[in-house]
Design a protein around this ligand. Structure first.
Ligand code: PLP
Length: 217
């Protein structure tokens, strides 16, 4: 029963932290079950799966794309996506801007940072983010809005390491907020924390947790 899972997880998340229910690979019946429990924010990591589900499920669901996004796929989600979590290049932001403009929208985005120890090609470094945010091309983008940062901790058992990675993301958020968004109240989100580590993430300042397996299994 997922109702029990939702009850348990929700009881561990403060009111001001957004629960994104990660429904990737889950059938739409299960998503509807969660919807009927009041859940409205859902996260998917693949564009095709996201757009199929969005077309068939209730229109007041707020869909989060949490996985890596290729520029050539932005057009499939631009009309409806609520928040894109994993923006990691100027090129991708420019394409999101272009597609958002076609639908007369402003699409909310998070900058993904590489905080884990592990080798992965995704996520910005602080230096790359600085270059992006101070570039002229970025300042001209009217149809995107960066509202915070996102990161994934290493898949390790060492809670100290995980905590330190979350602390690092919180520090990056504060630095960027101070340097580039000090006058924008909309820049306020830190998307961090999954089934295995969301409590640590909340202790370290997460405003948005992305939880899949603990809810849907
Ligand atoms: C799958 C996924 C999650 C959810 O992970 P669980 O361990 O199932 O809670 C969170 N974030 C991203 C980016 C994911 O791909």
């Amino acid at each position: 029963m997922i109702s029990e899972n939702f009850k348990i997880i929700r009881s561990q998340i403060p009111e001001n932290v957004c629960l994104v229910a990660v429904s990737k690979t889950k059938p739409k019946e299960l998503i509807l079950e969660a919807y009927n429990l009041g859940q409205r924010h859902f996260g998917e990591n693949k564009v095709q799966e996201l757009s199929e589900k969005a077309s068939e499920l209730p229109k007041d669901i707020q869909w989060h794309l949490i996985g890596h996004l290729q520029t050539n796929k932005v057009k499939y989600i631009a009309e409806f996506v609520h928040l894109i979590h994993a923006v990691d290049s100027l090129k991708l932001l420019q394409e999101i801007n272009k597609q958002a403009l076609k639908h007369n929208r402003v699409i909310a985005c998070l900058l993904q940072f590489h905080i884990a120890d592990e080798e992965t090609k995704f996520g910005l470094s602080r230096e790359e983010a600085k270059l992006l945010l101070s570039s002229e091309s970025y300042s001209g983008l009217q149809n995107i809005k960066i509202i915070g940062v996102m990161g994934m901790a290493s898949f390790v058992d060492d809670t100290n390491q995980i905590r330190n990675e979350f602390k690092a993301l919180q520090a990056i958020f504060s630095e960027i907020k101070h340097n580039y968004f000090s006058d924008q109240t909309s820049f306020k989100e830190i998307s961090m924390g999954m089934s295995g580590d969301f409590q640590l993430a909340i202790e370290e300042g997460s405003t948005m947790v992305r939880i899949g397996s603990s809810l849907f299994s």
